[in-house]
Design a protein. Structure first.
Length: 131
């Protein structure tokens, strides 16, 4: 039986253009607002064409000591240059980067998951501590 975890790829975002890059503070006060930015292809740009693009980014927070992660949100990207004139003919291209905020009373791990229409699922994570 294939498990979803077996299908998710990880790598160093400095050498791989598909890995979500999580940017946020390393430590926050309990219940303080945390700004989180997630982008794809920080060091190596990921294409955004009709044929090859990032479809979505999902963000989770796994609080320390909890049984399950909390799904914070998901952003889907639809503008990859396609139009009624054909592939890569539109002047509209989305940028595969999102920003959001959340609060937590516990330390834990932020997990970002993204989907490339050609190369599948990719993830990264970042620990957040309490001050």
């Amino acid at each position: 039986m294939t498990k979803i975890g077996d299908l998710i790829k990880e790598a160093d975002w400095k050498t791989e253009k598909h890995v979500p890059v999580i940017e946020c503070q390393d430590a926050v006060k309990a219940d303080e607002r945390i700004e989180v930015r997630v982008g794809i292809g920080k060091e190596i740009a990921h294409p955004n064409t009709t044929e090859h693009h990032i479809m979505w980014i999902s963000l989770f927070f796994y609080p320390e000591g909890e049984k399950f992660p909390i799904h914070i949100g998901r952003c889907e990207f639809y503008a990859h240059g396609a139009s009624v004139l054909g592939p890569n003919t539109s002047s509209i291209y989305t940028l595969h980067e999102v920003a959001t905020w959340f609060k937590t009373g516990k330390p834990g791990t932020i997990v970002a998951l993204s989907l490339c229409n050609i190369h599948g699922l990719w993830q990264s994570s970042k620990d957040v501590k309490l001050k």
